[in-house]
Design a protein around this ligand. Structure first.
Ligand SMILES: Cc1ncc(COP(=O)(O)O)c(C=O)c1O
Length: 424
């Protein structure tokens, strides 16, 4: 570290501090960060990259590094909302595609990597989202980056809900457009912002998450659509945590609000409720066609492997044929919501399968994460800089495949830790 490095008090350091450390050697920051992680590991607060020895199901087998043994835990941190990662039809769909098409697609989609499976998948996703067409990306992250950078340029204005996902923010930064934000879900503030910026930029794109990834609340789409139309701005919705979770048939936020086909750009992932990996943008035929040529994260990245495309086609079949999975997920959501509220946890504006247990004190969040881990509950502590300090939390996410026993064990462990730490 060079002498200009600011002294960081041990208890005040966060992940945000290391990237900012200036030094002539760009590797210099890696050593203090390595040491910092060792220190939080010693305190039992390092809960990253816990390793699963089997599927990401309601119960997982986790390698316990400290005790050098495998242990069973209740998984409360997976985005596998419908349990499709290991659904037999989804697994078989992938195996069958892999046997018929091989391991990889061999090229980027635009040139030589498009399989009939990809075309089928895009058509199915477009229909599922009530849009004319869809383009599939290698990840949800690259779908967001590709969508924004493909459409917005220097001179344009992108306007984010302040709680939008990092992949949207990265896309905005990379696009070169001017970036502004409005307070979380405040349609009034957006209305004013659009009014103030009328005529100041070439094009304007408003972006929201359909279901917000840290809070589990739902964007007020009908009013957002109205305001965007009033001001001539386009609206993009990230459906990562909404697809397969909300709306009739799990078709997502526009369907939930009865405004299907009225959102300009619907972005989604295949990695959460669909149980695989990949992302998509659904829109009009012309917009999707344009993105195939201008979304660099699509154009310059190899198409999804056949196994994933096959699995995702099967996942869409399962969502259609087995609506009871969505019913089970919602039974679980209601049960856990009632249980946690009765215990006195602050769940913020939670409405869906993502549960923030808002504590607002980084140290107690870390301690609670450690205690849940010890109790066999796999949950994610989330603190600054991922969320603001006053909103640090434990984040739980639910699956259709959780049993009552899983949920009761979770409630008991949350109650014990919450009482001990004085957060309930
Ligand atoms: C809201 C949101 N958008 C996009 C992504 C990126 O999706 P993926 O993990 O499929 O790349 C995520 C999650 O990781 C997310 O939570």
């Amino acid at each position: 570290m060079n002498s200009a490095t600011p002294a960081l008090r041990q208890d005040e350091r966060t992940m945000a501090d290391f990237f900012a450390l200036p030094d002539r050697d760009i590797f210099a920051k890696t050593r203090p960060f390595f040491q910092f992680c060792g220190e939080i590991r010693d305190r039992g607060h390092y809960l990253y990259r816990r390793t699963l020895l089997g599927p990401s199901a309601n119960r997982v087998t986790v390698w316990d590094e400290e005790r050098e043994t495998a242990r069973s835990m209740v998984m409360m941190a997976s985005n596998n909302y419908l349990g499709l990662t290991s659904h037999p039809r989804v697994v078989e769909g992938g195996l069958d595609a892999q046997r018929r098409y091989g391991a990889g697609s061999g090229s980027v989609s635009l040139l030589a990597g498009t399989l009939d499976l990809h075309r089928q998948l895009e058509a199915r996703l477009a229909a599922f989202k009530g849009c004319e067409d869809a383009v599939v990306f290698p990840a949800g992250y690259s779908a967001n980056v590709g969508c924004v950078t493909g459409l917005a340029r220097e001179g344009d204005l992108v306007i984010n809900d302040i709680l939008n996902h990092a992949s949207i923010i990265d896309g905005c930064r990379l696009s070169g457009a001017t970036i502004k934000a409005f307070p979380h879900c405040s349609v009034e503030a957006l209305d004013k912002l659009l009014g103030r910026t009328a005529g100041s930029h070439a094009g304007r794109l408003v972006i929201v998450d359909g279901v917000f990834s840290m809070d589990g609340d739902i964007a007020p789409l009908p009013r957002l659509i109205e305001v965007c139309r009033k001001h001539g701005a386009r609206l993009m919705v990230d459906e990562a945590h909404a697809t397969g979770v909300i709306g009739p048939g799990g078709r997502g936020t526009p369907a939930y609000h009865g405004v299907e086909g009225q959102v300009d750009l619907v972005v989604g992932t295949l990695s959460k409720a669909l149980g695989g990996v990949g992302g998509f943008v659904a829109s009009t035929r012309e917009v999707v066609h344009y993105l195939r040529f201008y979304a660099r994260s699509y154009m310059f990245s190899t198409a999804l492997p056949p196994a994933v495309a096959g699995s995702m086609l099967a996942a869409l079949d399962v969502i259609e044929d087995e609506p009871e999975l969505l019913g089970q997920l919602w039974n679980n959501i209601r049960y856990l919501q009632a249980g946690l509220r009765n215990l006195g946890f602050n769940l913020g504006n939670q409405e869906t399968a993502i549960f923030p247990l808002i504590i607002g004190d980084d140290l107690r969040v870390k301690e609670m994460g450690r205690m849940l881990h010890e109790a066999g509950i796999f949950a994610n502590p989330v603190f600054y800089p991922a969320v603001s300090r006053r909103l640090s939390r434990i984040r739980l996410s639910l699956m259709a495949t959780h049993t009552r026993e899983d949920l009761d064990l979770t409630l008991e462990a949350c109650e014990r830790a919450g009482r001990k730490l004085g957060v309930i």
